[in-house]
Structures are given as structure tokens and as C-alpha cells.
Design a protein around this ligand. Structure first.
Ligand SMILES: C[S@@+](CC[C@H](N)C(=O)[O-])C[C@H]1O[C@@H](n2cnc3c(N)ncnc32)[C@H](O)[C@@H]1O
Length: 247
């Protein structure tokens, strides 16, 4: 057996459980393993990621993708306390600038009730994902080629999503400008960041004032094996743009 056919991805059941209060089942483990193999294979012709070591892939692609939406994983959301986060109310998600499928593909695998749109403006990334999605047997994810600002003007996508996730797409104000027009009123954007400064938060606040968004919370944490610094910025869409008075 070569490295590509062995289940080389660490299972990490204890760490999944301890850090996210969740564990993938057998079929989700297999999908993560196959995703790993396809990304390593795809990397030979496409510049998808620098992270190809199994342990690093687990932490920086799989775990990191799911940490941002940990509150939506079964057992973590309490729909009575937090109705806008219940599994029943978060149905449509979009991963803006998904690249090789992160964080959108691990999210689609972990939350099969969610319908996930994988958006990217680069044709070759979408072509890659068009083969990955069926190859993993994922039925709740679809690819979409285009720029977020253009897609947000298409009636089918404008204010159509409950959840938007963005990782490594650009500065936070740009991410907010991409995400908020795609969200329904009450929808949530998760900006996956490394470090996060007070200056960045001020700039973000300024940028979202006119877009009907508010910073609901910022979570700081470290990754579980290499202790890398991470922040997730949660933005709530509180008003549709056209609800706000034009000054
Ligand atoms: C550095 S990659 C990050 C990929 C992935 N999110 C990750 O964390 O591994 C940024 C991706 O965002 C895409 N992108 C940048 N601006 C975009 C936009 N305005 N609309 C859609 N995709 C965009 C690029 O084509 C690229 O694939």
C-alpha cells in the first residue's frame, strides 16, 4: 500500500471530542481521508495549499474549518436559548473564496442538513471542486464560479444565505463587504482570522455601518496541536441595506 491508499489521516477522536464536543462518524472519517488524498493529488497541478502533512492537514484544514462553526455542531447548539442558531434555521451556507474547499467542504461533511455553496472566482479551483464533490459522495454541496460582489447582484443569491464563511480571502472589511449582501436579515458571517487587533476591529466596524452588519462576537483560541493563534469574528446581518435611510 502506498501513502495515498492508507488511512494516513489521524483519527483524533479524543481531540475532536475535547475541543469541539463532536466526533466524525465512520463515513465522515472516510470522507475526510478521501478529501485529504484528493487535495494532495490536486496539489500536483494546482496550487491549492502548502499544508499536505497529515497531522497539519487535520489541524489547519479540518479542525480549523469546523472550529469556526463549532456552535452549529450537534450537541453545541441550543435552539431554545439561541433560536437563530438552531440546525433548523441555518439551512443555506456559502463559502466565499473557498479555494480547495475550505472551510466549506469539512462543514458540508459535518453538517449534512446544510446546503453549502462553494464560491470561488478562479475557474481552476472550481473545476477541481467539481470533481471532488461527487468523488466524496457529498450531496449537500454545489460549486459556483464568480466574484462575490457579482454573485450578490444575482437575484437567486442576493440575501439568500443563513451563513457565510470566509477564510484567507482578504482584509476583514473586504470580507464583510463580500458576505453581508449575500446574507438574509439575521444571517451570520464567520470571518476566520489568525491574529486580530483593535485597529482591525475599528476598521471593520466602520466598513459595516452602512452594510447592515454588526460585530456580534470575536472568539480567540489556539489550535489544538501546534497552538497557533486564531480568531473568529462573527458578524450578524441586522438590517437589509435598503432598509437603512439614505443620507
Ligand atoms: C488564499 S485562497 C483561500 C482558500 C480557502 N478559503 C482556504 O482558506 O484554504 C483565497 C481564494 O479566494 C478567492 N477569491 C478572492 N477574492 C474573491 C472574490 N471576490 N470572490 C470569490 N472568490 C474570491 C481566490 O480565487 C482564492 O481561491
Amino acid at each position: 500500500m502506498n501513502q495515498m491508499t492508507m488511512p494516513v489521516l489521524p483519527q483524533m477522536n479524543e481531540l475532536w471530542q475535547k475541543t469541539l464536543n463532536w466526533q466524525p462518524d465512520e463515513s465522515q472519517q472516510q470522507q475526510f481521508q478521501r478529501l485529504y488524498e484528493l487535495v494532495v493529488e490536486g496539489n500536483r497541478s494546482l496550487n491549492l495549499t502548502r499544508i499536505t502533512e497529515p497531522m497539519e492537514f487535520w489541524e489547519k484544514h479540518l479542525w480549523d474549518s469546523l472550529r469556526g462553526i463549532a456552535r452549529l455542531l450537534p450537541a453545541n447548539h441550543n435552539s431554545a436559548e439561541n433560536p437563530e442558531l438552531s440546525a433548523e434555521s441555518v439551512l443555506k451556507a456559502i463559502d466565499i473564496g473557498t479555494g480547495g474547499g475550505f472551510p466549506g467542504l469539512p462543514i458540508a461533511i459535518a453538517l449534512p442538513h446544510l446546503s453549502v455553496t462553494l464560491l470561488d472566482s478562479t475557474r481552476k479551483k472550481i473545476t477541481f471542486l467539481e470533481t471532488v464533490v461527487p468523488s466524496l459522495g457529498i450531496e449537500n454541496a454545489a460549486t459556483l464560479l464568480g466574484r462575490a460582489d457579482e454573485i450578490a447582484r444575482v437575484p437567486q443569491h442576493k440575501q439568500a444565505y443563513d451563513l457565510a464563511v470566509l477564510r484567507a480571502v482578504g482584509a476583514a472589511p473586504l470580507c464583510a463587504k463580500c458576505a453581508l449582501p449575500l446574507l438574509k436579515n439575521g444571517g451570520l458571517a464567520v470571518l476566520y482570522r489568525g491574529n486580530w487587533t483593535a485597529e482591525e476591529e475599528t476598521e471593520l466596524q466602520r466598513a459595516i455601518e452602512h452594510l447592515g452588519g454588526k460585530v456580534e462576537s470575536v472568539e480567540a483560541f489556539t489550535t489544538p496541536t501546534s497552538q497557533g493563534a486564531r480568531h473568529c469574528v462573527y458578524l450578524r446581518k441586522v438590517a437589509r441595506q435598503f432598509d437603512r435611510p439614505v443620507r
